[in-house]
Design a protein around this ligand. Structure first.
Ligand code: ADP
Length: 411
């Protein structure tokens, strides 16, 4: 039996959705049939709404959308108006939820208890789950509680991190009391890259050692072994690790205390600066957008040039450490807006890594813009891929799997 699954992917100020049909036998990530997808961005102000439908063409409009609940209302209004959700039109909804903490190790069917548990993670992640919670509650108001809704967590793919990678070297009693550990994020994206790589090469992901790089506004690197994340660059929160659009990534832990004393603000405010005023934006002084930075670098803007170099240098450092963690790697995979679209950044990151057998094919690299492409040279010991990340495919598949539909579909 075919099933229609609506996926909802809330970012801090955006909502992406897709309506996908999974047909019998559709177990590969590229086999979902897309009916409609859309994006609402700049939620909280004048939002750009764009819907792309295979049946009804494209539709864009500007409208004030105050929060993610209102965004979900707009999505359903449009889906109902276009008669895309008639009788038998929808079998399940899959929601991406950022933080599953130590409660949710895999996807789960949403009920009142689950909502309460996601809310209980607020102390760990005050902001991260709020948009998804609003979307979940509104979707349940609209659809009722009989239609299955599933939460798919960004932390789940990292839930087998070994203790040596997951533990901070702080007093153990404090870590335990406040559930402080390295949770890791972007798990849906890293899982997609690892599994899609395996699909494309017709092999079992469990047999390969991979380094997956999600490079967008948020950025993270993950070492994948036996099909699971064994180390990842984001930690307790998505602030740790790589240099990002507006996030600092790794800094000396004394920095918040120092800046709070010097600037006369509390440490929460400094954390806010590290999240929203730092990274590429902080170093360049004017933009978090990699395209703009590359153009400015080409014009000779020194601060833009430094921001770009630091970005690539930090990624290369993490690749080096994950080569050590994994004892070598079969493939490195680039995803995310920057990883998928910027040959020059990929070239910069991989530059000088011939020592470990990593050699890019410059022509293939140049041609890979937003498309699935092998970009390493034939002689490279480590394969390098560009794999545009389709988080919706993982959300739909995990939803179907949890509801027991995947096994039936194999027939
Ligand atoms: P998010 O993490 O918010 O989903 P994206 O994955 O969309 O972000 O990535 C946004 C980043 O990708 C921006 O820095 C943008 O400049 C960058 N980007 C998109 N296209 C290109 C390109 N052709 N060259 C360089 N950077 C690009």
């Amino acid at each position: 039996m075919s099933v229609n699954i609506l996926t909802i992917n809330c970012g801090s100020s955006s909502l992406k959705f897709s309506l996908v049909t999974l047909d019998p036998g559709a177990i590969r990530l590229d086999q979902g049939r897309l009916i409609v997808r859309g994006v609402l961005d700049r939620i909280g102000g004048k939002s750009n709404i764009s819907f792309i439908s295979t049946l009804h063409g494209n539709h864009t409009e500007e409208s004030v959308i105050t929060d993610h609940g209102e965004a979900i209302n707009s999505v359903f209004e449009w889906l109902y108006n276009k008669r895309l959700l008639g009788r038998d039109g929808l079998q399940a909804v899959g929601h991406r939820v950022v933080h599953g903490g130590d409660i949710f190790r895999r996807a789960v069917r949403i009920d009142d208890t689950v909502i309460g548990e996601i809310e209980s993670l607020r102390s760990l992640a005050p902001l991260h789950n709020e948009p998804a919670l609003r979307a979940i509650k509104t979707a349940r108001e609209i659809l009722g509680t009989a239609l299955p809704q599933v939460a798919v967590f960004d932390t789940s793919f990292h839930n087998r991190l070994p203790d040596v990678a997951a533990t901070y070297a702080i007093p153990a009693e404090l870590a335990e009391k406040y559930r402080i550990k390295r949770y890791g994020f972007h798990g849906i994206a890293h899982q997609y890259m690892a599994e899609r790589y395996a699909e494309l090469n017709d092999l079992l992901v469990s047999r390969k050692r991979l380094i997956t790089l999600q490079l967008g506004n948020g950025c993270s690197a993950t070492a994948v072994k036996q099909g699971y994340s064994v180390d990842t660059s984001m930690g307790l929160t998505p602030l740790e690790g790589l240099v990002m659009g507006t996030r600092s990534g790794d800094v000396d832990p004394t920095l918040p205390g120092l800046l709070s004393r010097k600037e006369g603000v509390d440490t929460t405010e400094v954390e806010n600066w590290l999240n929203t005023r730092s990274g590429l934006l902080g170093v360049s002084g004017w933009t978090h957008d990699m395209r703009e930075l590359l153009e400015a670098q080409a014009r000779g803007d020194k601060r833009a040039g430094l921001a770009v170099e630091m970005f690539c240098y930090r990624v290369r450092k993490y690749i080096g450490s994950y080569l050590a963690v994994l004892g070598g790697s079969d493939a490195i995979i680039f995803g995310g807006g920057i990883g998928e679209n910027s040959p020059v950044i990929r070239e910069n990151i991989c530059h000088g890594m011939e020592w470990c057998g990593l050699i890019l094919d410059s022509r293939l690299n140049q041609s890979a813009i937003g498309s699935e492409t092998l970009i390493s040279a034939g002689s490279s010991l480590i394969k390098v891929y560009v794999l545009p990340v389709n988080e919706e495919a993982i959300i739909a598949r995990e939803t179907a799997r949890l509801l027991g539909w995947l096994d039936n579909m194999k027939k």
